[in-house]
Design a protein around this ligand. Structure first.
Ligand code: G6Q
Length: 537
């Protein structure tokens, strides 16, 4: 992060330390309008933040100093910005709707390949939805089970829930990720083999959890239908690894490919979205991609100070680096977005949970925040207490949709009233005097006082549709990208997940061996011994 540019931001934080969000609003009746912007179907009100025009300007400078515009171009044009893995980062090519688009990687335009896979996915999902693709015994497919984990699971799960109103209601979708056998077992109890399609979704096709679950599902299917040949009609693959797919026993004709320039946590708009396409149909899926594309274009072309992902990224940096905020909360006031916080959690924490700069030096400032969240209003009756009156500063994004897909009485008005009221309460709080005026007994005043000055963003769309969901995801993707650029870290690798994976292999050997090696530390050896004793080894 550019030290000089940061100093300027820091100096402004110091100069304004006695000013609250309330003061800012009192000073300027036009504040809400000034600190709001619109893009790709979303309205962002960021006025309830600890900012003024000068702070925003200084923050934008930080982005300029990091050459953000040039870095954005590098990403969109296929430069190998994932340097530790030597890969381009081109999830934006997956949803590029420009008819004449050309995106070159290693001298080849990747767009025709993207469109070819999309067409193949479209044909396949049409055939499953229309019942022309049948199971081995001739039954229509009613159940789709996506087997994948991490980036090959969280996106499909999140989007499947989010777009339920657009989904084929006479089909059921399941997502098995955990290597805990309970996950698969409980899913298999709810489906009928003859009517089930398994999508094995794995970029590498070597991931322990996914391959173990896929093998177990295959054994179950063969047992249930009594013929190995049944696999061809009940298993398809989404992967970059043709040989592994063939070795598993899936005909590569039924494999939907993608490329090493699509990172797992950014892969939802690739073939990894196959289960979603089957659920909502190819037309809606196209709208979903269009939403992404609209936000992509905005991100690539809008001025930094009017650029929604950039503004959100800068605000995040203000609180992480300027106010020591360690966590960041995403609060969708929409039940359909119930898994959106979990989805963003991976996207953000795996991308920017890095402690080393691009030059291999330890960073001297904090990077990616701890991200969490739950849908409102539920959270209000649980953890909001800490956000309102606790000792931690927790910036929050409130996300809402003006129209509901399910109007029942005044429930939606109540939902939205709660959303707006929470941002009001967090920003403006309640003073001791206000409490007294309400007749609060003196000894209770300290407990009933709210400091306020707690920052929030509010994101509103008219309605949650495939298009607005796509643009919402792209908004957060680009926010994370922008922060990574400013922090000068590599956002697109994930070496931090490797060590545990490797060690698990060694531990597994010791769990099942005749005699454990005893070569771990005393705690791990003890745990292994206890487990072995409990299961009778
Ligand atoms: C995401 C990560 C990770 C990955 C899973 C599944 O960016 O790389 O979450 O998606 O480990 O990997 P496979 O798709 O290769 O099974």
């Amino acid at each position: 992060m550019d030290a000089q540019a940061w100093e300027k931001v820091d100096a402004l934080i110091d100069a304004n330390q006695n000013k609250t969000i309330k003061d800012y609003f009192a000073e300027d009746p036009d504040r809400a309008k000034k600190f709001s912007l619109e893009a790709a179907g979303w309205f962002l009100d960021y006025s309830k933040n600890r900012i003024d025009a000068a702070t925003m300007k200084a923050l934008v400078k930080l982005a300029e100093k990091a050459n953000l515009k040039a870095e954005i171009e590098k990403m969109f044009t296929g430069r190998k910005i994932n340097a530790t893995e030597g890969r381009a980062v081109l999830h934006t090519a997956l949803r590029n709707m420009d008819r004449n688009a050309k995106v070159m990687v290693d001298g080849r335009n990747v767009i025709p390949g993207v469109r070819k896979v999309l067409d193949a996915m479209g044909d396949f999902s049409d055939s499953v939805r229309r019942g022309t693709w049948r199971g081995f015994t001739g039954r229509r497919i009613k159940y789709v089970v996506n087997i994948g984990i991490g980036g090959s699971d969280l996106g499909p799960v999140m989007a499947n829930i989010a777009l339920t109103p657009y989904a084929k209601r006479n089909m059921k979708f399941f997502f098995v990720s955990n290597v805990d056998s309970t996950h698969l077992a409980e899913t298999l109890r709810q489906v009928k083999a003859a009517e089930t399609l398994f999508i094995v979704a794995s970029k590498t096709f070597t991931t322990q959890e996914t391959m173990s679950n896929a093998e177990a599902a295959k054994d179950w299917l063969v047992r249930e239908l009594g013929d190995r040949k049944a696999v061809a009609k009940h298993f398809v693959a989404v992967s970059t690894a043709k040989d592994e797919v063939a070795a598993f026993g899936i005909d590569v004709k039924n494999m939907f490919g993608f490329w090493d320039w699509v990172g797992g946590r950014y892969s939802l708009p690739s073939a990894i979205g196959l289960s979603l396409m089957i659920a909502i149909g190819r037309g809606n899926y196209r709208r979903f991609l269009r939403g992404y594309y609209r936000m992509d274009r905005h991100f690539r072309t809008a001025r930094l100070e009017r650029n929604m992902p950039v503004v959100m990224a800068l605000l995040g940096i203000l609180y992480s680096n300027g106010y020591g905020a360690e966590t960041y909360c995403i609060l969708p006031y929409d039940q359909y977005l119930s898994r959106f916080p979990a989805y963003c959690q991976q996207m953000d924490m795996e991308s920017n949970g890095k402690g080393v700069t691009k030059d291999g030096e330890r960073v001297t400032y904090s990077t990616g925040p701890i991200e969490w969240g739950e849908p409102g209003t539920n959270g209000q009756h649980s953890f909001y207490q800490l956000i309102h009156q606790g000792t931690h500063l927790i910036p929050c994004d409130f996300i809402g949709c003006s129209k509901t897909h399910n109007p029942i009485g005044d429930l939606h008005d109540k939902l939205m009233a709660n959303l707006f009221a929470q941002t009001e309460a967090l920003a403006f709080g309640k003073t001791a005097d206000e409490c007294r005026k309400e007749g609060v007994p003196e000894k209770l005043v300290p407990f009933k006082t709210f400091d306020g000055n707690r920052p929030t963003n509010t994101l509103l769309c008219d309605e949650l549709t495939p298009e607005t969901l796509g643009s919402l995801i792209a908004l957060y993707e680009h926010k994370v990208f922008t922060q990574g650029v400013i922090w000068n870290i590599y956002s697109f690798d994930q070496w931090g997940v490797q060590l545990g994976k490797v060690l698990a292999k060694g531990v597994l050997k010791d769990l099942v061996a005749k005699k454990p090696s005893g070569r771990h530390d005393s705690s791990t050896n003890q745990l292994i011994a206890r487990y072995r004793a409990a299961v009778g080894r």
